[in-house]
Write a protein that binds this ligand. Structure first.
Ligand code: ADP
Ligand SMILES: C[C@H](O)[C@H](O)[C@@H](O)C(=O)COP(=O)(O)O
Ligand code: MG
Length: 471
């Protein structure tokens, strides 16, 4: 009898529910439900419609039942850093605010007046992004102290969705590390740090690790579906799940390519040296207490916004094709410039940057897309050089995973710019990593090593060889 596990992967641009089963030494996926995700203005803040997301999760579960499939387990992963606060009645004190909301502008620098950047990095090993949870809570304490005063429970986005399913409260480790409030060495909430910032440490929950069975569906939820199932913790930070599916870690730099590009390597210990701080790399927690030594690059968010700017008249494939045709456009922007985090109009922001830097201004969708892909590839190359500088060795290849691995033009650009072969895929790497954690919890797969062997023979990977650079 086939044992199904249901992965819920909600990224910043889309969510999907994918059934996974292991049979004949291979992992089989079946997408059941897909939906858009985006930020909406709610009152003063750019927020997530988390109850709409929960509705979509339930719609996907109903679709499983309609197919006659009752999964044995479910696991939820989402984007990082964002959270909810519950009052003493376990009600939401406010809608979850998006990390792209400007409420944290300038807050990181204010925190440095209390805790030095160096101490923060030495203790947490986490990259400095102004939207990290630590700065979101600091902003909330300044802007709405009354909300923090009423907060009895802190749950990150997947934690809260798990709470709605099970009634159980827990903070999952990989996502908790993205807050910059977890000590990289103790792997627990850094209570001294919280005390220094005047943040109530009692609202944080016990940290649980991936492949832990959190509980089962609440009775009323199970009755709604007509069946129950185990709720298992995957690496609930989506990138944490994605990198589990990288078939071969040795000598490989991964790029988890979705709304963000997360470029890095798997490591067995945190690297908190000054050079890593200066390069702004992070040591996010991974499965089995591995570390994800990586950095955020603005990613395909930029082309998502360009697509929106052109009223979605072009598909991603169209934009890639048009970029490929815009061969005379060579302008490069610093994709990590703060102006690209949440511009009013991405095309205008890119054009302005090119004007400011006296470069040809991209004027049509193809030229804009070409500029984005060239600029992303250039940023990836810089990060590859930084990683090799820190590890004092060369890495043999790059593995692009996630939706962006479908961008053949960008994959080739990456190979050419880095002069390294690029493996592209799996596309649904995050869901695969999510399912792997569930299968380990169910005992169908022994460990991550066995899972990677199964993944390697289950999904086709296309390799792009670098074009030899003309001398
Ligand atoms: N057919 C395609 N060709 C090229 N790129 C694609 C294609 N489909 C999706 N993409 C890229 O994948 C990105 C979405 O990746 P995904 O991993 O689903 O993102 P997230 O998990 O952040 O929602 C899109 O922004 C787009 O750039
Ligand atoms: C804000 C975080 O850096 C972000 O969540 C990143 O860590 C991430 O995982 C993004 O995943 P996407 O699938 O939304 O690109
Ligand atoms: Mg994703």
């Amino acid at each position: 009898m086939t044992i199904y596990s249901l992965a819920v992967d909600i990224g910043a641009s889309s969510g999907r529910l994918i059934l996974g089963s292991v049979d004949d030494g291979r992992l089989w996926l079946d997408e059941v439900h897909r939906f858009d995700n985006h930020v909406t203005k709610k009152g003063a803040y750019d927020s997530w419609d988390i109850h709409h997301l929960f509705h979509e999760i339930k719609s996907g579960i109903h679709k499983c039942k309609a197919r006659g499939i009752e999964p044995a387990s479910i696991g939820i992963d989402t984007w990082a850093v964002d959270f909810v606060l519950l009052d003493e009645k376990d009600e939401l004190l406010m809608d979850p605010v998006s990390y792209r909301d400007p409420r944290t502008d300038g807050k990181m620098e204010e925190v440095f007046e209390t805790i030095s950047k160096e101490r923060l990095y030495l203790e947490t090993g986490i990259q400095f992004q102004k939207f990290n949870t630590i700065y979101q809570l600091y902003a909330l304490k300044e802007q709405h102290p009354e909300i923090l005063d009423k907060a009895k429970t802190f749950l990150m986005i997947p934690d809260y969705l798990n709470f709605l399913l099970t009634g159980v409260k827990a903070n999952e480790y990989t996502n908790a590390t993205s807050t910059q409030l977890v000590n990289a060495f103790t792997k627990h909430w850094d209570k001294e740090l919280l005390a220094t910032l005047g943040i109530n440490q009692d609202m944080f929950q016990e940290i649980q690790t991936p492949a832990t069975e959190l509980g089962r569906l609440k009775e009323e939820i199970a009755e709604e579906f007509g069946f129950s199932m185990k709720v298992v913790l995957p690496a609930t930070h989506d990138t944490g799940s994605a990198v589990i599916s990288v078939p071969q870690q040795e000598d490989t730099i991964y790029i988890s390519s979705g709304t963000w590009s997360l470029i890095g390597v798997e490591n067995h210990f945190p690297i908190c040296v000054t050079k890593a701080l200066d390069y702004n790399f992070t040591n996010e927690g991974g499965m089995d207490y591995q570390f994800r030594f990586l950095k955020n690059i603005m990613g395909l968010w930029m082309i998502q916004e360009v697509k929106r700017n052109y009223n979605d008249q072009y598909s991603f494939s169209d934009l890639v094709e048009m970029a490929e045709a815009a061969s005379s456009m060579h302008s490069i922007v610093d994709v990590n410039d703060d102006r690209f985090l949440k511009p009013d109009h991405m095309v205008a922001a890119i054009q302005e940057y090119c004007r400011e830097t006296s470069q040809p201004v991209p004027n049509d969708p193809g030229e804009v897309a070409k500029c984005i892909f060239d600029s992303l590839a250039a940023s990836y190359q810089t990060s590859v050089a930084e990683i090799e500088d820190i590890f004092e060795r060369e890495f043999k290849k790059i593995n692009v995973i996630g939706g962006g691995s479908q961008n053949e033009f960008l994959n080739q650009l990456i190979a050419d710019v880095t002069q390294k072969p690029v493996d592209a895929g799996p596309v649904e790497a995050t869901a695969i990593g999510n399912i792997i954690a569930q299968k380990i919890a169910l005992g169908e797969i022994r460990d991550v090593d066995e899972a990677r062997a199964i993944t390697k023979q289950s999904f086709s990977i296309k390799t792009y060889q670098p074009k030899v650079k003309e001398r």
